[in-house]
Ligand binder design. Structure first.
Ligand SMILES: [Zn+2]
Length: 293
C-alpha cells in the first residue's frame, strides 16, 4: 500500500519561475478503497496563505494582461499571489469555509477510490496560486479549487469557465487545455445538480484566473455558494457527494473517449473545434461575480 506523501514545490517545473510563495507543502493521500481508481484529484481549499496579498504574481505566463475582471481588473498583468478572500455573513473568513468543505471532500473522494492531493489542511499554507497549480500539474489528474463567492444572494454554485476571448484561448497552456477545463466544470455542475445543490444559471461564468492560465491538467475554480449559503455538515456532505459524482462523470467520459482512440487524444478536426466553441455557453446571468483568487 502506498504511503501518503508530503509534496514540495520544485522550482524546475514548467512555469516554476513565476511562483513567489512556495515554501509550504501539500499532501498526497492514496485511496484505500477496495477498487482504487488510480486517479488523483487535487483539492485546493481557496485562500489561506498568510502574506499572500502583499505579494503579486504574473497573471499569464506570457505577460499579457487579464482579459476579464474579478479581484484583479481586466488589463492588469499582476494579481495577488493569494488574496485574503471574503468574510461570510456570520464573520467567518472564507479560508475557514473552504477548508471545512475540502476536508469533507477529501474523505468522500478517498472512499470513492480517488487519490487526493490536498493543497492545504490547516489555516495557512505558504503556497501561492501558481505553486498550487503547478503541484496539481505535476501530481494530479485534475484540479478543483474550492471557493465561496462574495455576493450575499445565495445565488447558487458555478465554476469559472475559460473566457471566450480568442487571444486568451490561443495562449499556452490555455490553448491546449481550455476545452478540458470547461468539460470538467460542466461535469462537476452536473454532479452538484444530481446532489440537489442549487446552481446559478448554467453553472458557469467566464473568468480569467491565474489558476487556469498555468494549468496543464483539467482545472476549475468552483464557487460552491456565497456569503449567506448554508454551511451545515449536511450541506457540506451534499456538496462533496456532488463533486464526487461530477468527477465520476468526467472521468467516465474520459475513459470512453480514450477507448475510441487508443493512441490517446485525437487532434480535433476543424469541424469538431468549431462545434466546441459554439457549445461554449455565454455567461449572461448579469449578477456580479466576486473575487476568486
Ligand atoms: Zn475565494
Amino acid at each position: 500500500m502506498k504511503e501518503d506523501t508530503e509534496i514540495s514545490f520544485d522550482p524546475s517545473w514548467q512555469y516554476g519561475e513565476f511562483s513567489k510563495i512556495n515554501s509550504g507543502t501539500a499532501k498526497l493521500y492514496y485511496s484505500h478503497a477496495l477498487e482504487p481508481k488510480d486517479i488523483t484529484v487535487c483539492i485546493n481549499a481557496g485562500h489561506g496563505t498568510q502574506g499572500g496579498s502583499s505579494v503579486k504574481t504574473q497573471c499569464h505566463p506570457d505577460g499579457t494582461p487579464k482579459v476579464t475582471g474579478g479581484s484583479t481588473a481586466a488589463g492588469e498583468t499582476h494579481a495577488y499571489a493569494v488574496s485574503t478572500g471574503m468574510d461570510f455573513a456570520d464573520g467567518t473568513p472564507e479560508r475557514e469555509g473552504t477548508l471545512a468543505l475540502a476536508l469533507v471532500v477529501k474523505e468522500k473522494l478517498l472512499d470513492a477510490g480517488y487519490n487526493v492531493l490536498m493543497i492545504r489542511e490547516t489555516d495557512d499554507v505558504q503556497l501561492d496560486n501558481i505553486a498550487r497549480t503547478l503541484m496539481a500539474n505535476a501530481y494530479a489528474d485534475c484540479h478543483i479549487a474550492l471557493h465561496y463567492d462574495s455576493t450575499s444572494s445565495d445565488k447558487g454554485a458555478y465554476f469559472m469557465s475559460v473566457p471566450n476571448v480568442s487571444s486568451y484561448r490561443a495562449m499556452e497552456p490555455v490553448a491546449s487545455h481550455w476545452e478540458e477545463h470547461n468539460r470538467l466544470g460542466f461535469s462537476v455542475i452536473e454532479g452538484l445538480r444530481s446532489a440537489d445543490i442549487k446552481v446559478m444559471g448554467d453553472g458557469s461564468a467566464e473568468t480569467d484566473l491565474t489558476q487556469t492560465s498555468y494549468s496543464t491538467v483539467p482545472s476549475i475554480d468552483l464557487e460552491v455558494g456565497d456569503k449567506v449559503s448554508d454551511r451545515s455538515p449536511e450541506t457540506l456532505n451534499a456538496l462533496a457527494d456532488g463533486i464526487a459524482a461530477g468527477l465520476d462523470i468526467f472521468f467516465e467520459q474520459d475513459s470512453s473517449e480514450n477507448a475510441n482512440d487508443p493512441a490517446g487524444k485525437a487532434p480535433a478536426s476543424e469541424e469538431e473545434s468549431s462545434d466546441h466553441s459554439e457549445e461554449t455557453p455565454a455567461f449572461s446571468d448579469g449578477e456580479k461575480t466576486g473575487p476568486a483568487e
